[in-house]
Design a protein around this ligand. Structure first.
Ligand SMILES: [Zn+2]
Ligand SMILES: [Zn+2]
Length: 284
């Protein structure tokens, strides 16, 4: 059984459409794939529709949250939410708040650029952005307008958190997200919690507190984790009775990692499915 529980489609920042994603997952020899776009379930229906025979599909999402850092300051973290009921009122309202907030934030940054004389049209940027509007859309507009040569340069020079155009995000507090996902019948798994190259790390005690609120698992086998990082997370999961997952965090052509390059143990996957009551796994 080859199981990849964390992938992105064009519903967020991947390059495969949801239909291409499930076809590519089957072609890559996967038995199980989860679609987990950033902060949206917009790709679910197409993935369900296009799912090839023999592939098991898990519907999920990767949520942007804010937690307590190991240094005592707030730190952004990603929380995977699996098999939750998308119509659950409280959780649906929070996703809608985040979606509206992302659009406002992107508009604020684009307006500041235009006010400074940069050739950026806020309406055009927003029109290009779709359901998970974010800085990548503005970065691409800056490249297209010839302001910077690459998306990386846009992030480094104009869109960085200390930069002149940056607007703060109002992400969901981790503890609140964990509770909401549990309330919607889903299972939450903290994504790439030791990925140092992404920045500062969450405090281990904040993971312990989240476990008490219903956190379901820790993503351990991830491309951004060293063997030591995995060992830390596996040990913590054992201490707290959490499950552990593994996944490629596939983004299509936006990253070099391939579907199924990192995988989840079948017993851990079955434990995850057993915990969920929101929407069913769509079995092969
Ligand atoms: Zn992530
Ligand atoms: Zn991801």
């Amino acid at each position: 059984m080859r199981i990849d529980l964390h992938t992105h489609s064009t519903a967020s920042d991947g390059t495969d459409t949801p239909a291409e994603l499930v076809r590519n997952a089957a072609a890559a020899g996967l038995d199980v794939v989860a679609i987990t776009d950033h902060d949206t379930t917009a790709g679910w229906a197409e993935a369900v529709e296009a799912r090839p025979e023999g592939l098991t599909l898990v519907r999920g999402m990767e949520m942007s949250c804010v937690a307590l850092g190991a240094d005592g300051w707030p730190v952004p973290v990603h929380l995977l939410a699996y098999l939750f009921d998308p119509t659950d009122r409280g959780f649906a309202e929070e996703r809608e708040r985040l979606r509206a907030e992302r659009v406002e934030r992107l508009r604020a940054m684009a307006e500041r650029m235009r006010a400074d004389g940069l050739p950026i049209d806020p309406d055009a940027v927003l029109a290009s952005a779709g359901p998970s509007a974010g800085r990548p859309h503005l970065a691409r507009a800056l490249v297209t307008a010839g302001v910077v040569p690459t998306v990386d340069a846009a992030f480094a020079e104009l869109l960085a958190p200390h930069g002149r155009y940056y607007a703060e995000k109002a992400d969901t507090p981790l503890h609140r997200a964990v509770s909401m996902i549990a309330g919607a019948g889903g299972v939450s798994v903290l994504a790439h919690a030791r990925a140092r190259k992404r920045g500062r790390l969450i405090a281990l005690d904040d993971i312990r507190a989240s476990a008490e609120l219903g956190l379901g698992g820790l993503e351990s086998n991830h491309p951004d984790h060293s063997a030591e990082d995995r060992a830390v997370l596996d040990e913590l999961a054992a201490e707290l009775g959490l499950l552990t997952t593994g996944s490629s965090d596939y983004h299509g052509a936006n990253k070099t990692i391939r579907l199924g390059e990192f995988t989840t143990d079948p017993a851990q996957f079955e434990a995850l499915v057993d915990k969920a009551s929101g929407v069913p796994v769509i079995r092969a």
